[in-house]
Design a protein around this ligand. Sequence first.
Ligand code: NBP
Length: 470
Amino acid sequence: MASADIGLIGLAVMGSNLALNIAEHGYQIAVHNRTAAKIDEFVNSAGPLKSKIIGKADLAEFVQEIKRPRSIIIMVKAGKPVDEMIEQLLPHLEKGDAIIECGNSLYTDTNRRFDYLTPKGIGYLGVGVSGGEEGARHGPSIMVGGSKEQWHNAEPVLTAIAAKFKGEPCCAYLGEGGAGHFVKTIHNGIEYGDMQMIAEVYGVMRDGLGMNPIAASEVFKQWNKGPLNSYLIEITGHVLACVDAQTGKPLVDLILDKAGQKGTGRWSAIVAQELAVPATVIEGAVAARSLSAMKDERVAAEAIYGKRSAAKADITLDVLEQALLAGKIVSYAQGFAVMAKASEENGWNLPLGTIAKIWRAGCIIRSRFLDQMAAAYEKGSSANLLVAPDFVTLMKGAHPSLRKVVAAGALGEFPLPCLSAALSYFDSYRQGLGTANLIQGQRDFFGAHGFEIAGRGPDQHGTWPSTLGN
Ligand code: NBP
């Protein structure tokens, strides 16, 4: 007799914490893992929640334990393991059952799996889960895409375990196929941009203002009470304040300046390029991580060009705070513009306001700012955030500071790849008369590509010299 409300496969960090979260909300859950020893280990360590968890090493028995129509979460390593798991599960499933894949999958893989399973009568939900281990255990932000009918079966469990923002669950159905995983990818790209811009501002404090980590930590703690209030600003305050027990030195000064990346930031930059939507802050952040990893080359280049000048930057902390706010507005405007275009291309009808809402709690980029964004979308903004009235006011106040900081970086020789990318995008976006007229002239010169002249229409050509020289 089936007794579980839901099943879950994959008992590593994310899966085991999600399973505990589900059990804690009163649901009976069946669990399975490829390495069977981990199943008993997990069930036995579940404490008072043990009675809610049924461990099954045999896949057929695991499936039989779940009430129909079945909802089965897969939380295994993204990529091939997901396809392998689907093939193993298929013979045991019946029409109407659903696979809910919650890893960091590439959205095109999710589209493919959705197209493969839908004709078989098996629902497929590709779900982005953000918030790391802590979020999985106590309330992540959950971005759902895929089969709408099966979403309704799983909705009570997923909304129960999601983070809540003022009582509203941070979980929503966003569209068919890979819509949920696409939104999670862009979330991660925006997360890269936020982290890089914060790191750049820390660089200004350290290299431009000569502040030590403790002093910088105090500033971030203060900023967390204002418009920049967010999880990432809060943890930055803690990271900077941390002291290494062995040496008594600030931990951040001992950590090697080489950042890792697992791929979702890079995917978001690639997809933005494919959609021809400029996402220069995300691109800058991905490139900055790659450059950070080239430690030996950077050290060698510094020996050639010499250390940067030690002159103090002429900026205040208030200016720095406003610059970060301006950079953030541009970055989110770009990220949401990528989602709007992808929605159009894929026929997803992504609800941008809902996305801003479900990112307000549980996920890594949660912030006060996202509540303002959700409000802007509620007021009817659908175009680029930079022209949403409330953000126009914020940007008008903040962009002069962004300008000062980027100028200080250029003159002081400290790199600000994302803040400067944000400023360039803003200046290009608000410039009625650009410089692409010259590019069109050049293209016509060497390739007869033609150009448009107001009043004369497209496909115009210049009369160019047939030979060069003199
Ligand atoms: P991992 O990504 O480290 O995957 C480990 C799990 O995958 C184990 O249960 C392992 O089983 C299983 N597995 C592998 Br590996 N190959 C398998 C196969 N061929 N068939 C069946 N199972 C297989 O776990 P995680 O860190 O918990 O992350 C799970 C997913 O969630 C990933 O997609 C990850 O990108 C995503 N995610 C992670 C975080 C995070 O903070 N860690 C945050 C958000 C999303 P075994 O025990 O038998 O080896």
